[in-house]
Ligand binder design. Structure first.
Ligand SMILES: [Zn+2]
Length: 344
């Protein structure tokens, strides 16, 4: 018996080592697969919403000297804004591993606990990828998210150029190869570049409708109505709400006086969400919150905080999905465009 046990141990050790090595290889291959803002268990049609902030928030802005220092050290001082946009996308400046760069060292996610160390490593890794990408910022960004393999793939299939379609194809190929639902963020380039777009969006000072605004500062990132796949042109599920970009620091505000009829914690679909009843046939629903600050049965006033902005459930990044419902359980296409009720 003892001999048999010993033999099994001798056999088991190499298998164990081999499987550990394979896990390591997969982790390296995925690079920065799962950014803070992306959701890995939703397919494309369920993903809800794009998002954008008004450029950098103060959490990221406070690290600017580090970005400048390490960008200079790596000879990419003209990429400081891009690096900060990446950090907004990766963590919003709110995790110690601000650039989520531990994975680029082959370490598990969030093992770097010092923001400066994370920036130092993230900038150095981006500089390497940028060089591999021949200085093409878009190609380098997508490779920072999906791994070096994306650059080779671009050379093999697209003359070495980035395109969003190519990112979709590569993501799909890698996901099916690894048996995952989702691989990386196909919209990573757009998601990062948004933080650099300071002037291309209308800002709304305030609405003129029956409802007040659900956020102190609003920026619409996705409209109510049918959605078109950005690449294939395929018409997806009807989007039954209006999306607003926000950060986890932002309070989600009740659009009118009412009563909380749902305060649900979930990690699928709407994620954490609150539904407020304002009348017999008028409800507002607030989805993807990071935390909920009210309970079912609470009476709330217009402008009162219901919770904090987040990216729970089927969501690709921090945003608020707001719905105007007239009959609980109605399908998305029967809902009302919140733009109308908000007077936007
Ligand atoms: Zn939405």
């Amino acid at each position: 018996m003892k001999k048999l046990g010993c033999l099994m141990l001798i056999l088991a050790i190499p298998i164990l080592i081999l499987s550990m090595l394979m896990v390591g290889v997969i982790m390296v291959a995925t690079g920065d697969n799962d950014t803070m803002g992306s959701d890995s268990d939703s397919d494309f049609t369920d993903v809800d919403g794009e998002y954008r902030f008004n450029a950098m928030n103060e959490e990221v802005e406070r690290y600017r000297p580090y970005f400048e220092r390490y960008a200079k050290e790596n000879g990419i001082e003209d990429h400081v804004e891009i690096l900060m946009g990446m950090t907004m996308q990766e963590s919003g400046g709110r995790l110690a591993d601000v650039m989520q760069s531990s994975e680029s060292l082959g370490l598990p996610r969030n093992t770097i606990t010092d923001p400066e160390e994370s920036i130092k490593q993230g900038v150095s890794y981006f500089a390497d990828v940028l060089e591999l990408a021949g200085g093409d910022t878009e190609l380098a960004l997508q490779a920072y998210n999906m791994g070096h393999g994306f650059i080779d793939y671009a050379h093999e299939n697209n003359g070495g150029n980035y395109s969003q379609e190519l990112a979709y194809e590569f993501g799909e190929m890698m996901a099916s190869r690894l048996g995952w639902n989702n691989y990386g963020d196909e919209n990573y380039v757009d998601n990062v570049m948004r933080y650099l777009d300071k002037n291309d969006d209308t800002e709304y000072a305030g609405g003129s409708g029956d409802w007040s605004l659900p956020l102190e500062n609003i920026r619409i990132t996705s409209e109510f109505g049918p959605r078109i796949h950005p690449v294939t042109g395929e018409v997806n599920r009807f989007h039954g709400g209006l999306d607003f970009g926000c950060t986890p620091a932002d309070d989600i505000l009740s659009v009118a006086d009412g009563k909380v009829i749902e305060a649900v914690h979930s990690n699928v679909g709407y994620g954490n969400y609150v539904t407020v009843q304002h009348g017999n046939d008028e409800y507002s629903r607030y989805a993807h919150l990071s935390s909920i600050g009210v309970s079912q049965g609470d009476t709330v006033s217009q402008g009162e905080s219901l919770g904090k902005c987040g990216t729970t459930g089927s969501s690709t990044g921090n945003h608020l999905h707001l719905e105007h419902i007239t009959d609980l359980g109605q399908p998305p296409e029967a809902k009302t465009d919140p733009r109308e009720t908000l007077g936007l």
